[in-house]
Write a protein that binds this ligand. Structure first.
Ligand SMILES: [Zn+2]
Length: 390
């Protein structure tokens, strides 16, 4: 049988500029374009109104424009209306066919160019599926804070597909403000500068306030709007829409990374540092508990996160408070609790940390216990990513 060219290969080649950081086509999973059962979305035709020119003309026009500007074959794209007064859109099936939905609340309030922006974003999920880029649990949520950071980068990339589709930064920004507020044209302006001035007030210095935010899949609206503004001035975007000039891609990406860092990633990394710090000191305390001593210097494996003797002493003091026959159990329970924290926050960093620490303990009696800890960590990690309770 002759090999059929992948229709997305050309699209990806042309839209390389939409990639952000490690979210790029090279890193996609190998089975990314395996066609799924073509009948898989047939039930959508029974339960929803399809987006077609004769039935939902404005949305259909927007979807046509988005496909054309992205170079996606419209025949592979199946649009549907989600009967929901809230504003939103989604890309349900990214294997072989794109099944794109937009809520009735969004179609009612968006103009055709705004819908084009949002459809462009959703089609981005078809052109660049998330598989292989980060770990999502079966419920679709990022498996850890680190995976959420990657997913937020993916969303920046999707916004760029949206920009290529609508070709107007102001239109994209208003679509965002409408989506975020639920308001229609009558009540919302395109004054993104005033919005940015207000939004920035939400960013406080206490990083523990960001514990919930750090798991979110989407960057803050503030960072997304600014990212689009930067992208709209980039050399490669301007080339895609037939214009000259603009800033180099690397410069634009550096600006975007700075915003992502300032609005969330910096705080998330502090929350991760906390876990590495706790694991490190608890392992040192466990060594003192089981072996009667430890050389604190051996735990000095991270350039910023140093072991602290007073913290280790405090942990040992707490352990002493439990009855003598329950102390081993207490130490292991504490380490197990920390494994869970590390898996939720920073499994990649924890793996690297343990890989650096274990050889330093190789000639100690505690080495075997530390190895068991590392194995348990990997075992729990696999279970957690598969959606099992740990
Ligand atoms: Zn998205």
């Amino acid at each position: 049988m002759p090999r059929v060219a992948n229709p997305l290969t050309k699209v990806r080649k042309r839209l390389e500029a939409c990639c952000f950081a490690e979210v790029n086509f090279k890193n996609l999973a190998k089975d990314k374009d395996k066609a799924s059962d073509p009948d898989k979305h047939r039930n959508f035709y029974r339960s929803r109104v399809p987006i077609q020119r004769e039935i939902v003309p404005a949305a259909d026009e927007a979807l046509d424009i988005a496909c054309e500007r992205l170079g996606v074959d419209r025949a592979m794209v199946h649009g549907f209306v989600d009967n929901d007064p809230a504003m939103g859109a989604s890309c349900y099936d990214v294997r072989g066919n794109a099944v794109v939905s937009m809520t009735s609340g969004a179609i009612e309030r968006f103009t055709i160019p705004e819908m084009t922006y949002v459809f462009g974003h959703e089609l981005g999920h078809y052109v660049m599926p998330d598989r292989g880029l980060c770990n999502l649990r079966p419920d679709g949520k990022p498996a850890s804070m680190e995976d959420a950071i990657i997913y937020r980068k993916l969303e920046i990339s999707m916004d760029r597909f949206g920009m290529v589709a609508c070709q107007d930064y102001k239109v994209a920004a208003v679509a965002f403000l409408k989506l975020h507020s639920g308001l229609g044209a009558q009540h919302i302006t395109d004054d993104v500068v005033s919005y940015a001035k207000e939004a920035i007030k939400g960013y406080v210095q206490d990083y523990t306030e960001y514990l919930h935010d750090a798991f979110t899949t989407h960057p803050s609206l503030y960072a997304r709007i600014r990212a689009l503004s930067h992208f709209s001035e980039s050399e490669e975007y301007l080339k895609l829409v037939g214009r000259k000039g603009g800033k180099p891609h690397a410069e634009v990406d550096a600006e975007v990374a700075k915003d992502l860092h300032a609005t969330l990633d910096y705080y998330a990394s502090k929350l991760m540092d906390d876990v590495i710090f706790d694991v490190n000191n608890h392992l040192a305390a466990a060594q003192v508990h089981f072996d009667g001593k430890c050389e604190v210097g051996r735990y000095d494996v991270h350039p910023q996160i140093k072991p602290e003797e007073n913290v280790i002493k405090a942990i040992l003091g707490d352990i002493q408070k439990t009855p003598a026959d329950k102390r081993d159990e207490e130490v292991n329970a504490r380490l197990d609790g920390l494994i869970r924290h590390a898996i939720l926050r920073c499994p990649y960093r924890m793996t690297v940390h343990l890989e650096a620490l274990l050889p330093k303990l190789a000639d100690t009696k505690f080495h075997e216990s530390a190895q068991k800890f590392a194995l348990r960590f990997q075992e729990y990690l696999v279970k957690h990513r598969a959606g099992e309770q740990i």
